[in-house]
Write a protein that binds this ligand. Structure first.
Ligand code: ATP
Length: 366
């Protein structure tokens, strides 16, 4: 994850709308992004994230609203007049040009003096650690190296805003994870403000200091990766980010420091007040790693339920259990593995008790 940045708007997206005919692809979104921030627009296919990115680049014109970068309204400015550069998923490197020439391309087109071009190319090669491969052609590079050339080319013109469109979509999982961290390090070294688009929540969580979760052209929630994971404000966001148990229930006790929610298989006790009312139907979200398992019934009546192990997925450091409850509903539980002694670990068919703390839940009313 990128370092959080100081407050203040370097990029301001103000009530931006984009309509294609009578279809609203981006629906009145507003956002302030600080200088040097790495910000992710996250959402599933068709949510409008690429359209918003394309408006920042100048490839699409907003139907209404304003985009202000470093105090300057970008309205009416074509892409080439914006201090903005976009790096595409496909890299779009020129196959017949060397790495150095690919990086120099935009600088030559802008007519920069030769000496300055040479100096900037050298600086960029050093930044992405490809100095030794400067004379190679793209097909002589690995996917990760091509990706770094594309980044170097995007940064060579020293844009004020870097846009990344699914930057690592073409890489396999392992390389993608390594490259995510590399990219963040490079972007932070340069200090450029960055907006990226991704449908991959892990990528957004790893790279961005803040994330906007988008659906149907709107921002459902904007916050740090931890905010969005720990305190989702809607069912959609809770479900979209990571693993979660979502259970419908009804508020049966509603006091300032004590709330009870009755669900089909168990009774939630929450140790703090919530914004809800007695009798209200709500959804309760509990992350699987906030639930523990034990062979015996724990003390008390709340925040516990018996179940049968129906499925197990072993991940090395953790195991994800799927328990079947009396109603037939499933409960996911993540348990840290004790690698030295697995003799007590629950296994298929075992009857176990799942239990959780009174601060493990997030109550969702929408
Ligand atoms: P993906 O991850 O699949 O690229 P996305 O979230 O980036 O999806 P957009 O490309 O922004 O989604 O598209 C948002 C919606 O706007 C989609 O329903 C899409 O079909 C529609 N759309 C995008 N561009 C146009 C266009 N030029 N004309 C008409 N509709 C469009």
């Amino acid at each position: 994850m990128a370092k959080p940045q100081a407050d203040g708007a370097f990029l301001r997206i103000d009530s931006v709308v984009k309509e294609f005919g009578d279809f609203r692809a981006v629906d009145q979104v507003s956002l302030d992004i600080a200088k040097g921030e790495i910000f992710a627009l996250l959402g599933s296919s068709g949510c409008g994230k690429s359209t918003l990115l394309r408006m920042l680049a100048g490839f699409e014109t907003p139907t209404s609203g304003r985009i202000i970068l470093n105090g300057q309204d970008l309205a009416g400015k074509p892409p080439y007049e914006r201090p903005v550069n976009m790096m595409f998923q496909s890299y779009a490197l020129f196959p017949h040009m060397t790495v150095a020439d690919n990086i120099a391309f935009g600088l030559r087109r802008d007519g920069l003096p030769k000496a300055e071009i040479a100096q900037r190319v050298e600086e960029m090669l050093r930044l992405v650690q490809l100095t030794k491969l400067a004379a190679r052609k793209p097909h002589q590079l690995s996917g990760g190296q091509q990706q770094r050339v594309a980044l170097a080319r995007s940064l060579a013109k020293r844009p004020q805003l870097l846009l990344l469109d699914e930057p690592l979509g073409a890489l396999d999982k392992k390389l993608r994870e390594a490259t995510q961290i590399e990219l963040v390090n490079i972007i932070e070294q340069v200090g450029v403000t960055c907006v990226m688009v991704t449908h991959d929540q892990e990528e957004a969580m790893t790279m961005a200091s803040r994330i906007a979760v988008m659906s149907e052209g709107r921002f459902l929630q904007v916050g740090s990766p931890a905010d969005i994971y720990e305190t989702p404000t809607t069912r959609f966001v809770a479900d979209f980010i990571g693993n979660v148990n979502l259970t419908d229930g009804r508020i049966v006790v509603d006091e300032a420091d004590h709330v009870q929610i009755e669900c089909a298989d168990f009774m939630h006790h929450i140790g703090h007040g919530i914004t809800g009312y007695l009798g209200q139907q709500v959804t309760v979200a509990v992350r699987p790693e906030k639930i523990s398992l034990s062979a015996e019934q724990p003390e008390g009546r709340f925040n516990q339920v018996p179940g049968t192990v129906k499925e197990m997925s072993y991940f090395g450091d953790t195991t994800l259990y799927h328990l079947e409850l009396a109603s037939g509903a499933r409960l996911k539980v993540t348990v840290e593995n004790d690698s030295r002694d697995r003799s007590n670990a629950p296994t298929w068919g075992d009857r176990v008790w799942a239990h959780w703390q009174p601060n493990a839940q997030v109550v969702l009313t929408q």
